[in-house]
Design a protein around this ligand. Structure first.
Ligand code: MCA
Ligand code: AMP
Length: 503
């Protein structure tokens, strides 16, 4: 039997000398070398006690070895669980425990902090550093460079990606081999990816965008990536002449446009620029076209579904829209009250169905049933409409979500920490426009009667408990939160009132 994802993305490149990764120091990693590293890691995973179906929770810096660990997990039938490098110990504890991870892989700098946590959860702990060193690499070093690929069917699970929820409790989205492969295939055709493409890759590899959209697509097409550790304008400008394509969140594009070195000449040879993970302002789209002559291709996806829609490769890439459903993906707009499908032009809930839609939330059947209908349609939590030409517009969100620089933040998680502080009666956390991050986090606090909350202490508590990107950019103390007749906090009114705070 075959291994659905491994065979299509990795195994097919065995023995190929062509470059897969171009690194910042000018060196390259060939497909063959990459697959041999992956095979050694697959043996190392087995040596750590990882069996097919086990979860591997991974919080490590971006590196070729980190990517090889993903390949190794797929090859030995394990479930890969990548985690944001910014998460604190408290945040990690939940993911490790909830997923029942068999193995935790972290940077050596964090292993002391995570040792007790891993032990308590019954998981093994190994390290893998940005330079490719660490205890997992040590175990891998002596292993054979080929591995008997573990058979995996299309419906077997390949990855868990945690997404935060409105209640503040993260949910593990279960993605199957076929969820990932079918989506890579859809994008391959839609974006005309080829073995000649060289993708400028500066995204983190712990999310769908950098790991699945960018990497799986490159692997499927047999192309290469310029693999930068993070977004850095100097490195981007230096690498662009060797790239044919680039993917990024809108912040990448606004930052590049702010750089006078980012010119028409520098980008003239490029085949395609793609944006996603957050709304790309129509104004940014137009500024980009004016500067470079390229129309950014905007697409729309989610952790639970991979990519759903894309502007066309040929034809008009319409600013402010996310284009058409990808091949194999059905999309409809429904009435939130009646669930009925709405006609073109009307705003409602965006629902999607297709082979890309996940298998449910890990050990949360009720949550799964709330969002994934029995007929296979997934309620995205986004609000949108389809225009008369069929382009999908995202007009807002049905979920209380903030997207800052492409990272998702659920206000509840922050409100819970703030509400726990002395002197605080209640709080509301909202997203407001920000010139660099698109949206940023603002906290509004109502004090207990006659009290003056200590804002420094609140900031300290937030930075202890939550990743930096979730921490409010500012905190305001106000008299009361606006509420509707049902007593519900009117966040829309707050968002309007504070909209100009950072502009
Ligand atoms: C870093 N910081 C942030 C963010 N990133 N704060 C808020 N939002 C962020 N996104 C913190 C840093 O820790 C730092 O804290 C301070 O803000 C300023 O850092 P800066 O140097 O400006 O940031 P950066 O390191 O340059 O990072 C910004 C970034 C990065 C390049 C936009 O966040 C990024 O790569 N974002 C991509 C996220 C992504 O891949 N999303 C895809 C999710 P301090 O000042 O304390 O040092 S997948 C998805 O959404 C779906 C499926 C989809 O459709 O793709
Ligand atoms: P995540 O939970 O990280 O998977 O983020 C998914 C959410 O990001 C979607 O539900 C949308 O709200 C948002 N998103 C992704 N791509 C776009 C886009 N092109 N335009 C607007 N919102 C987007």
């Amino acid at each position: 039997m075959s291994n659905t994802l491994y065979d299509a993305l990795f195994g097919c490149h065995a023995g190929r000398d062509a470059p897969f990764l171009h690194l910042a120091d000018g060196s390259a990693v060939s497909y063959d070398a990459f697959l041999k590293t992956a095979a050694r890691f697959a043996h190392a995973l087995r040596a750590c006690g990882v069996s097919p179906g086990d979860r591997i929770a991974v919080q490590i810096e971006k590196s070729p070895e980190a990517l090889a660990l993903y390949a190794a997990a797929v090859q030995c039938g394990a479930i890969f669980l990548p985690l944001n490098t910014g998460y604190t110990g408290g945040e990690l504890a939940y993911f490790i425990e909830d997923s029942g991870a068999r193995l935790v892989v972290c940077d050596a700098g964090r292993s002391d902090a995570l040792a007790d946590l891993a032990r308590a959860a019954g998981a093994e702990l190994r390290t893998l550093n940005a330079e490719g060193t660490g205890t997992l690499a040590d175990t891998a070093a002596g292993q054979p460079d080929s591995f008997d690929t573990t058979p995996r069917a299309p419906d077997d699970l390949a990855a868990f990606l945690y997404t935060s929820g409105t209640t503040g409790r993260s949910k593990g989205a279960m993605l199957s081999h076929d969820n990932l492969l079918s989506n890579a295939r859809a994008l391959h055709g839609a974006w005309r990816w080829s073995g000649d493409d060289v993708l400028l890759h500066a995204l983190p590899i712990f999310h769908t965008h950098g790991l699945f959209v960018a990497t799986n697509l490159t692997l499927l097409a047999g192309g290469a990536m310029i693999f930068l550790p993070r977004f850095d304008p100097d490195a981007m400008i230096a690498a662009l002449p060797r790239a044919t394509t680039m993917m990024g969140v809108p912040t990448f594009y606004t930052r590049l446009l702010d750089d006078p070195r980012f010119t028409r000449d520098l980008t003239a040879h490029m085949r395609l620029f793609i944006s996603g993970s957050a709304p790309l302002l129509a104004e940014t789209h137009r500024r980009f076209s004016d500067r470079t002559g390229h129309a950014i291709l905007e697409r729309y996806g989610m952790t639970e579904t991979n990519m759903n829609t894309s502007n066309p490769y040929d034809g008009e890439r319409r600013p402010g829209t996310v284009g058409f459903p990808l091949p194999g993906v059905e999309l409809k707009i429904t009435d939130p009250k009646t669930d009925a499908t709405l006609p073109r032009g009307e705003v409602g809930r965006i629902e999607v169905r297709g082979p890309n839609v996940f298998q449910g939330y890990w050990q949360m059947p009720e949550k799964t049933a709330e969002e994934l209908r029995a007929d296979g349609f997934f309620i995205t939590g986004d609000l949108g409409r389809i225009d008369s030409d069929g382009y999908v517009h995202i007009v807002g969100r049905d979920k209380d979500l903030i997207i800052s620089g492409g990272y998702n933040i659920y206000p509840k998680e922050i409100e819970v920490v703030i509400d726990d502080q002395p002197g605080v009666m209640e709080s509301a956390v909202i997203g407001v426009p920000h010139p660099d991050f698109g949206e940023t986090v603002l906290a509004l606090i109502v004090p207990e009667n006659g009290e003056t909350p200590d804002l420094d202490a609140i900031r300290a508590a937030l930075s202890r408990d939550l990743a930096r990107f979730k921490q409010p950019r500012d905190i305001f103390v106000i008299d009361a939160l606006p509420r509707n007749t049902m007593g519900k906090v009117q966040k829309k009114a707050l968002r309007e009132k504070y909209a100009d705070t950072f502009l």
